[in-house]
Write a protein that binds this ligand. Structure first.
Ligand code: HAM
Length: 431
């Protein structure tokens, strides 16, 4: 049988130690800012019942139609690896009777999400999001504050000139009129749309607006705007939102084509994109949103909960890290590097040197070793590769004498120190 090379599943990735620094950096900044604004952490299961996503994200969305990892359990339950977080939070809100908690309920989460997407730059099949949801508040000030918080988190990482795109897609009262206007607009022009959009005309016409195919962009450029079809209440809500954004001095672009790919949204929708460069500058490899969100005032009620206005966003960790790397931003080193390498020769030496690791750890000095190797040469080579300045060598003789050889790696100078004094000597040297 041909030998099969084992690989992570397509679109899914290992997060190697060198990258962990980026993850810790982003999470730490996000956690601090979110907690400062009163958000509390929530974790929900990675799988939920399939019907939760069908009912909230929407049957004719790309996610539900073709991107969900769904399966039947041995007990016959239909489950899905969560493709997004909002539906789970809505479910948790209802299940735990959060309507009795002080409002608004402000929750944040971090974890993996799964979508069987076509993999390309910035699109993965397992990706991580930091997300927030504010539940039980319909005021437009909340929408503006949510955008502001997302912007502040991304800005705190060192990202500059982020582009905030906003729109309002109305609600179930005014959207039918808008859909009718769209249908009228595409009635003759529909023939020029891509194959997918021809289907979307029937299943989810709003998504025709944000199709990235050039032919569709051309046909769509004069399509009616959602904001021109809002009823008075939605119009007032959007106007307030923009005024609050101005108050917060948050620059934004009004994007009439921003409709988002999930059905639960009502009124405000927004995205935060990486910096747009001038024509003569190298554009980012990531032509996708870093953070996306909006209001979803009907979702909780439609899932059987009380009427609860809500809004939130999620930003992608992988996309954010891609942009940080492109911008040349490196996170600060999270942990002190190991300062001492402990090398040993033989079983007795190994036994004598083992307690030393804990003594050094208690003294706040981090160590490395290679207990599986007995050759002193190869152990010194590893110490060199790790860039460690001091190696302590315990051989047969030292193990018997109760001493340690201290070797300064750069000069090769060695001295013998009594085992009982080694912690104090090293503390002194590493001061
Ligand atoms: P979304 O736009 O589907 O919204 O995803 C939010 C963010 O997750 C995106 O802006 C992007 O950074 C990241 N993301 C999405 N799909 C992928 C992928 N395949 N690979 C890498 N990153 C990805 C939601 O999920 C909503 N639940 C956001 C929300 C919260 N709305 C209200 N509350």
């Amino acid at each position: 049988m041909a030998k099969q090379t084992l690989q992570a599943p397509k679109g899914m990735h290992d997060i190697l130690p060198a990258d962990q620094l980026y993850w810790q950096f982003i999470l730490k900044k996000a956690k601090t800012i979110l907690e400062d604004y009163g958000f509390e952490r929530i974790d929900t299961p990675i799988v939920e019942s399939t019907s939760l996503f069908v009912r909230s994200v929407g049957e004719s969305t790309d996610i539900v139609e073709k991107e969900m990892y769904s399966f039947k359990t041995k007990g016959g339950d239909e489950l899905t690896l969560r493709p997004e977080g909002t539906a789970s939070i809505a479910r948790a809100y209802i299940e735990h009777g959060m309507h009795t908690w002080p409002h608004p309920v402000q929750l944040w989460y971090f974890g993996p999400f799964f979508r069987h997407e076509n993999t390309q730059s910035g699109r993965f099949r397992q990706f991580y999001q930091v997300g927030v949801e504010t539940l039980g508040d319909d005021n437009a000030a909340t929408d503006a504050q949510l955008v502001f918080i997302a912007y502040k988190i991304l800005e705190s990482l060192g990202l500059k000139n982020l582009v905030v795109k906003v729109n309002s897609i109305g609600d179930s009262f005014c959207r039918p009129q808008y859909i009718k206007a769209l249908k009228d607009y595409y009635r003759i022009r529909g023939k020029k749309l891509c194959a997918k959009c021809k289907i979307r005309l029937k299943t989810n016409i709003l998504r025709v607006l944000d199709c990235s195919e050039e032919s569709c962009k051309e046909v769509t450029k004069d399509a009616p705007h959602t904001v021109d079809h809002l009823d008075d209440e939605c119009k007032a809500h959007f106007k307030n939102f923009l005024e609050f954004m101005d108050e917060l001095k948050l620059p934004y672009l009004l994007d009439p084509r921003l409709v988002r790919g999930l059905d639960y949204y009502t009124r405000t929708v927004f995205e935060i994109w990486p910096e747009e460069k001038a024509d003569n500058e190298q554009q980012s490899n990531l032509q996708l949103a870093l953070c996306s969100g909006g209001r979803y005032d009907k979702l909780i009620n439609s899932l059987g909960g009380p009427k609860t206005a809500a809004a939130g966003w999620g930003f992608g960790m992988e996309r954010t890290i891609m942009i940080l790397k492109e911008a040349g931003i490196t996170p600060p080193t999270a942990r002190v590097q190991p300062r001492i390498f402990i090398a040993q020769l033989g079983e007795l030496a190994k036994r004598k040197s083992l307690p030393m690791f804990e003594e050094f750890r208690k003294a706040g000095i981090f160590t490395r070793s290679s207990l599986g190797r007995d050759s002193i040469k190869s152990q010194l080579r590893i110490a060199n590769r790790l860039g460690i300045k001091y190696t302590l060598i315990v051989g047969q003789k030292e193990a018997n004498d109760g001493s340690v050889i201290l070797r300064e790696m750069d000069s090769g100078v060695q001295e013998t120190i009594p085992l009982g004094k080694i912690i104090d000597v090293m503390k002194q040297k590493l001061k």
